[in-house]
Design a binder for this molecule. Sequence first.
Ligand SMILES: Cc1cc2nc3c(=O)[nH]c(=O)nc-3n(C[C@H](O)[C@H](O)[C@H](O)COP(=O)(O)O)c2cc1C
Length: 331
Amino acid sequence: MIAASHSLPAAWLEPLALTGDKALPNHIVPGPMEGVTEGSFCDVFSRHELVRCWITPFIRVSTGVPRRVRLRRRIQPFLDTGLPIIVQLMGLDTERLSETARRLAEMGVAGVDLNCACPAPLVLRNGAGGVRLQHPEWIRRALCELREACPNCGVSVKLRTGFESPSEFSRIADAVRGTGVDFVILHFRTVRELYRPVSDGCQRLTHARDLLPETTLLGSGDLFSVEAALRMYRDARLDGVAPARGMLKEPSLLRKIEDACCGRKDAPAVSRIAMLRDIAAGSGRSDAAYNGFVIKLAGWFFGRDSDLFRQVVACGSLARTVAFLRELTDG
Ligand SMILES: Cc1cc2nc3c(=O)[nH]c(=O)nc-3n(C[C@H](O)[C@H](O)[C@H](O)COP(=O)(O)O)c2cc1C
């Protein structure tokens, strides 16, 4: 049933059921962001109850199956949030991917997600991520093998609409159909389009909806506001959304989308400066690499051409950044 034009469907607030009695709390999930949704970022967003689950950024499975201790170390910060987590994998060798997924399932993750979307040049040179879209038969095999390896947890896939052109999507959809995936996250751009503006994003999602009527389909791409989620729902009747960069401009975005599903105004008011302060202060680390992470986040939060970004860069150390952000929020 189509919801009233001013609202999002209440069904988005229902648990997203995964195989093996697992579930995500609802159909509004944070999109993974490598180098961003990591460590204390996740801790702070979780403590403020701005998200209900996590999808980790991709773990590369290349030369071998990662050892259990390495996998554990990688996913521990996500497990520590106490929220259900889906661990994203990227690779070429379906046997290694499946064995990695099996190990993760033993560690109690809610699901594993296969990255067939990443457009980063290094990833593409290795034939992984978005390149996999050029090999739909590989996607089918990989998903079937993951499904077999993980009979008691979720299996999902992150896609773009094609490598060169969205016209490739019908073959990709054929490959996904019938594999038993619990859900698909679809970013409407092609790999070649990177993050450039496209004018027909919602139409592409509508086409995908028609091709995958039985699949739980979450939309991704330019979800910077509740209105953008509403447009996606109205046009494409998707089952949910996975906003990514929008969380960095509006930390309460996922909660605001939830509010629009039930006509309430419960989303907590949190400022980006306070979030950055807590992320900077809360890691227990003080090294230059961590300050680099905080500077990178400041770029995402405030824009690299903002005065605030320049001021954070000028702080020159984590301790001074924390003191500066405290002054701004306490004053
Ligand atoms: C810095 C950054 C890192 C990302 N890392 C990942 C990743 O590890 N795995 C993935 O599937 N998508 C990744 N993405 C893609 C996002 O999850 C999302 O699909 C994309 O940004 C479009 O959504 P948005 O316009 O709401 O940001 C990343 C995006 C950004 C900006």
